[in-house]
Ligand binder design. Structure first.
Ligand SMILES: Cc1ncc(COP(=O)(O)O)c(C=O)c1O
Length: 316
């Protein structure tokens, strides 16, 4: 069954409320980013304004670290309503992590939720759950669902979803139909045209190109790529001279100056052409050289036109 919301945060918050209603439990285990609302953001350092009693109900576990989830179940025995996670962001699941997480959640009576707000309609038409062959109890979608129109969705097991009629999940613009029509049009296009295949192919060119530039500029100790070609990451490490945040600030300053909006991720779209990719790689080529120069000249403060980024919380 499916129920529609507007933002990704509506869907993740609705899914968590549903799991709490279904299990009659309060605690939540989370891994990744899930939106702005109290239940999630209270578990990060950006928790100003979130009541302490709410903060104490959400516990973070680390990706690919099944023991960190085990510990939550041990510390809050029979109190965990839901395990919610991004099936993948920058790091590949290893040692059957997704399968094990699902199994552990069920063993402990928790609802297993994939937050597919980004991976949905990107990893595969059926999302990361289809790609990895691990089907959650509930899944949340947003973003690409209607190609930018404001609509999100919670989908999943009917026995859980039926409780939607009992919890409160309703808002003025929930009945807005333009976005639902856009979602239908988007999904029709996804089924008829090689959208997912194309974003993987184009994304592969980006990843290969970026890896090649990292090698050519001798920046392997500082930069790497992560994620999948359809949603890839440029990852920064601390150097002995500058922190990853200082270097990332320089990177952002220079990409923005070249008219490219990225936070270091490549969320490939069906309309990204070979020319777009060439432009991106040309910009990276110039910027990687600037980074190399700054590292050898140690003159970052002179080159930066903004204050370095201050990490608030890092979820990916
Ligand atoms: C994985 C994931 N979940 C949830 C959200 C929240 O979605 P929204 O910003 O539409 O509320 C986001 C947004 O970036 C996201 O990436």
């Amino acid at each position: 069954m499916v129920r529609f919301g507007k933002n990704g945060s509506d869907a993740t918050s609705g899914a968590v409320r549903l799991a709490r209603a279904y299990t009659k439990r309060d605690h939540v285990a989370a891994c990744g980013y899930h939106g702005w609302q109290d239940w999630y953001i209270g578990s990060t350092t950006r928790n100003l304004g979130v009541p302490k009693s709410t903060q104490e109900l959400t516990h973070k576990f680390a990706y690919n670290d099944i023991d960190s989830l085990n510990k939550i179940f041990a510390d809050y025995k029979d109190q965990v309503a839901a395990v919610i996670m991004e099936p993948m962001n920058s790091v590949e699941p290893v040692n059957g992590f997704l399968e094990k997480t699902k199994e552990l959640s069920h063993k402990n009576g928790a609802v297993f939720i994939f937050d597919e707000t980004i991976t949905g309609f990107r990893y595969a038409n059926g999302g990361a759950q289809e790609y990895f062959g691990v089907i959650p109890d509930l899944a949340t979608f947003g973003k690409g669902l209607a190609n930018g129109y404001p609509v999100s969705a919670i989908a999943g097991r009917a026995d859980i979803m039926r409780l939607m009629e009992e919890i409160f999940f309703s808002f003025t613009f929930g009945g807005e139909t333009l976005s639902l029509a856009a979602a239908l049009a988007t999904m029709t296009k996804l089924q008829k045209e090689p959208v997912v295949e194309t974003i993987w192919k184009q994304g592969g060119k980006v990843v290969d190109g970026v890896n090649d530039l990292i090698r050519r500029h001798g920046l392997k100790d500082l930069l790497s790529t992560g994620g999948k070609p359809c949603w890839s990451f440029l990852l920064f490490k601390d150097t002995d001279v500058y922190s990853q945040w200082e270097i990332k600030t320089l990177f952002l300053q220079e990409v923005f100056a070249r008219g490219i909006l990225t936070l270091g991720t490549h969320n490939i779209s069906y309309s990204h052409s070979d020319t777009d990719i060439e432009n991106l790689l040309k910009a990276y080529d110039e910027i990687f050289q600037i980074i190399m120069n700054v590292l050898s000249d140690r003159n970052l403060p002179e080159i930066l036109r903004a204050k370095p980024l201050v990490p608030l919380f890092k979820v990916r």
